[in-house]
Unconditional design. Structure first.
Length: 132
């Protein structure tokens, strides 16, 4: 879901990226065991940050897609940790959470170019003019 949020934040208008981030965050909140709103807030902050720098990021380059998704995953994970500490649902201190975050961020970054290609094709098909 984070890859979709990053794609829509870099490719669409601000209102669409915010709506997609909130929707993706609520879906992630409902399907995970976290408190309602943690992922929605973190996805929203990632979308706002990327939308602000939308014109400065060259989104067609594969290495940029990998790095933006990698950094977004790590930033989202840090926000989830902070929100967990605030809501007294802190992580177990001996949990290897940071190695899991790194592996997830690496996987998200590596799969991002394929997802970006698929999303851009679907968006192009959806927005294509129809002549009837």
């Amino acid at each position: 879901l984070l890859i979709a949020v990053v794609f829509f934040s870099l490719s669409c208008a601000r209102d669409i990226s915010i709506k997609s981030a909130l929707l993706a965050g609520l879906i992630k909140d409902i399907t995970s065991a976290s408190g309602l709103g943690n992922y929605a807030l973190s996805f929203l902050l990632v979308a706002l940050f990327l939308n602000y720098y939308q014109r400065r990021i060259y989104r067609e380059a594969t290495h940029v897609q990998v790095m933006v998704n990698f950094i977004s995953y790590i930033g989202m994970s840090i926000l989830i940790i902070i929100l967990g500490l605030i809501s007294n649902k802190a992580l177990i201190p001996y949990c290897p959470y940071f190695s899991i975050v790194f592996k997830g961020a690496l996987y998200t970054g590596l799969i991002a170019p394929l997802a970006f290609f698929t999303f851009s094709r679907l968006l192009r098909i959806h927005l294509a003019p129809t002549y009837f």
